[in-house]
Design a protein around this ligand. Structure first.
Ligand SMILES: Cc1ncc(COP(=O)(O)O)c(C=O)c1O
Length: 393
């Protein structure tokens, strides 16, 4: 056996997080995480669960009873959604316009579903006519789309139109709202979304670990009348219902500290007001966008479907994206990311989410990025960028 490892005290670097998530965490959330643990069935925790559920309903803009934080990251909420709503033999229609549509497809297959696709290139939203055509051709039982595609910086517009098409065909709609919840206008009930899952570490600025999920009665009726149980025991919503529903009986030990964190993060949303929070993200990301454009760079997404929480900026000619990203991290303690898949090497992905969506971060980002790009020989005007951002803040 090896000797006890000699590991030093934890001293992570103090980064400014402006990548695709996690975002900077509000100190109030960190403080909530250092409060004492209670048991997951303690009467005081039951009260906290109720509060979190109410705050989640407010943030999702829904009255859905079935609104819970799933233990795990956004992918756990995603798998809880897809793995329960898709039954063996069902057909699920998924998008091809980004990385996370591919993950939806993978999860639907593992749930025993057949996957069909609605095509749109990476970097573009789905068009309602393409969705309607796919419905006519395949008659899917479930339709999934990504409201805020983190891999491309695209916001899906026309959501009500898409859900309308799905409902005309008696299909359920599953929306990925991981990168929109709490930062970009999202109206689950008004837009006719049957199931929405999300992540806490983006516009809610909460550490990952407890991930929002909401289902309306139509979706939950399907889940509760499945012929065979969901393939995951841990994420089986008919069992989780026992803990998060009226009964409050043990299923698994809730990640108590993550639930505390989510409660505080959602309290911040309620204090600010959801619509004001959407506006703040738009204003802060608008200043960021103005800055990169004034420098001479291009946004990958046009304004009609620009995603304020994730800004995809074209890498200027002659510059190596990886070098810029590493220099920002090493010299400025500033995290941004590069492109994925079809957009690898083509874009920078710059988050503007939650506690990171504030003048301090945006100013720092635009100045640091301008400085590194100029130093790398890019044909940009760093001073014009900084000035344009300052004007908008
Ligand atoms: C759009 C989208 N969906 C799903 C996920 C998966 O979430 P997680 O990485 O928290 O499991 C992410 C994570 O970045 C995301 O951006």
């Amino acid at each position: 056996m090896q000797d006890a490892p000699q590991v030093g005290e934890l001293t992570p670097p103090n980064r400014t997080l402006m990548g695709p998530g996690p975002s900077d965490v509000n100190p109030r959330v960190l403080r909530a995480m250092s409060t004492p643990l209670v048991g997951h069935l303690d009467p005081s925790f039951i009260e906290i669960m109720n509060e979190v559920q109410d705050l989640l309903r407010y943030t999702f803009r829904t009255d859905n009873k079935w609104t819970i934080p799933v233990s795990g990251t956004g992918s756990a909420a995603m798998e809880a959604a897809i793995g329960n709503v898709v039954e063996p033999g069902d057909t699920m229609l998924v998008p091809t316009n980004g990385y996370f549509g591919g993950r939806m497809a993978e999860m639907a297959r593992r749930a025993g579903g057949e996957v069909v696709e609605v095509d749109a290139p990476w970097g573009e939203p789905l068009s309602p006519s393409a969705v309607a055509d796919a419905f006519d051709e395949h008659q899917p039982d479930v339709f999934g789309f990504v409201h805020a595609e983190t891999s491309t910086g695209v916001r899906q517009p026309n959501v009500s139109e898409l859900t309308g098409i799905a409902h005309e065909h008696d299909a359920l709609v599953v929306a990925d709202s991981v990168t929109s919840i709490g930062g970009v206008e999202l109206r689950v009930d008004e837009w006719g979304i049957d199931v929405a899952y999300a992540g806490p570490q983006k516009c809610l600025s909460c550490p990952p670990g407890a991930s929002p999920l909401t289902l309306n009665d139509d979706a939950m009726d399907k889940v509760l009348s499945r012929e065979e149980p969901a393939r995951s025991w841990y994420l089986d919503l008919s069992l989780l219902e026992g803990y998060w529903g009226d009964e409050r009986a043990y299923h698994h030990t809730a990640p108590i500290t993550n639930v505390y964190a989510l409660r505080e993060a959602l309290r911040l949303v309620a204090e600010e007001g959801i619509a004001s929070r959407w506006k703040r993200h738009e204003r802060m990301a608008g200043a960021l966008k103005a800055g990169v454009k004034a420098m001479g760079m291009e946004m990958n997404a046009p304004d009609e479907y620009w995603l304020p929480s994730l800004n995809a900026v074209r890498v200027p000619a002659g510059v190596d994206d990886g070098t810029v990203i590493s220099r920002l991290l090493d010299e400025y303690d500033l995290e941004i990311a590069g492109g994925l898949g079809d957009l690898s090497g083509e874009i920078f992905r710059i988050g503007c989410m939650g506690h990171s969506a504030r003048p301090k971060n945006v100013t720092y980002l635009v100045n640091a990025l301008g400085s590194v790009l100029a130093d790398e020989g890019a044909d940009i005007d760093a001073a014009a960028g900084a000035e344009a951002t300052a004007e908008k803040l």
